[in-house]
Design a protein around this ligand. Structure first.
Ligand SMILES: Nc1ncnc2c1ncn2[C@@H]1O[C@H](COP(=O)(O)OP(=O)(O)OP(=O)(O)O)[C@@H](O)[C@H]1O
Length: 205
C-alpha cells in the first residue's frame, strides 16, 4: 500500500543554518532529510538546490548525510573508511588518504587512524562517520538521529564534533533528533507531525 511519509513540507535552508528536526517516530523526519539530500524525489512539489553551483533542479554532490547507526565498512580501517568517498569522487589514493587524515585530525580522531571499526567504541565510530561525511567538504551536512544509540555524554561529544565540522566547512547543518538536549543546541527548530512540517516551532514551556 502507498504510504505518505511527507504530506506537506515547505522549507528553505540558508548557508550557516543550524536546524533541529523533531517529531514522533514515523512522522517523516528521515524522509524529509532524504528529500533534502536528493536521495528521494518528491511525488509532487519540488526540491531545489540553488546557490550550490550546477543545475538547481539536480541533487548536488555537496551534501553529506550521517545516519543513526554507524555505517563503517568492517574490513577497512578508519583511514580507509574516511578515504572511500574521496576515492569514489575520483581522487588519487595518496590524495584521498591525505585528505582523510586531515579530516580525522580536524576532529581529533587521528589516533584511531589505523584501527578497524570493531576496535573502536560506538561514539568513536559515529565521530569517524562524521569525518567521512566532511572529507568531501560538503556545504550541507544532514544527520539523521546521529546520537540515537549513544549515552548522554557521548551524544554531547558527537554533537560537539558535528557543530565543529559544520563551522569549519561553513556548512549548513540539519539534524533529525528525538533528543531535546541535542535540539536545544541547534539554533532553529522544525517539527514534523504526521508528515507535515512546521518551521518556526518552539518547544512548549
Ligand atoms: N521505504 C519505505 N517504504 C514504505 N514506507 C516507508 C518507507 N520509508 C518510510 N516509510 C514510512 O513513512 C513514514 C515516515 O517514515 P520516516 O522514517 O520518514 O519517519 P521518522 O520520523 O524518521 O521515524 P523515526 O523517528 O522512527 O526514524 C512511516 O510511516 C514509515 O513507516
Amino acid at each position: 500500500a502507498a504510504v505518505t511519509a511527507v504530506a506537506e513540507a515547505t522549507c528553505r535552508i540558508e548557508p550557516g543554518d543550524r536546524i533541529a528536526v523533531s517529531g514522533a517516530s514515523g512522522s517523516g523526519k528521515s524522509t524529509l532529510l532524504h528529500l533534502i539530500a536528493g536521495l528521494e524525489t518528491p511525488t509532487s512539489g519540488e526540491a531545489e538546490w540553488p546557490g550550490l553551483g550546477g543545475d538547481p533542479r539536480r541533487p548536488p554532490g555537496a551534501v553529506a548525510m550521517v545516519f543513526q547507526a554507524p555505517s563503517l565498512l568492517p574490513a577497512l580501517d578508519v583511514t580507509e573508511n574516511v578515504s572511500l568517498p574521496l576515492l569514489l569522487c575520483g581522487h588519487e589514493p595518496a590524495e584521498a588518504r591525505k585528505r582523510a587524515i586531515a579530516a580525522l585530525e580536524l576532529l581529533g580522531l587521528d589516533e584511531l587512524a589505523g584501527r578497524l571499526p570493531e576496535e573502536i567504541s560506538g561514539g568513536q565510530a559515529q565521530r569517524v562517520v562524521i569525518a567521512r561525511a566532511i572529507a568531501t567538504r560538503p556545504v550541507l551536512l544532514l544527520a539523521d538521529e546521529p546520537t540515537g544509540q549513544l549515552d548522554t555524554g557521548t551524544a554531547a561529544a558527537v554533537l560537539d564534533v558535528l557543530l565543529a565540522a559544520a563551522a569549519h566547512l561553513d556548512a549548513a547543518l540539519v539534524v533529525a533528533t528525538h533528543d531535546e538536549d541535542v535540539a536545544a543546541r541547534l539554533g532553529t527548530r522544525w517539527h514534523m507531525r504526521d508528515g507535515h512540517l512546521r518551521t518556526g516551532w518552539a518547544a512548549p514551556c
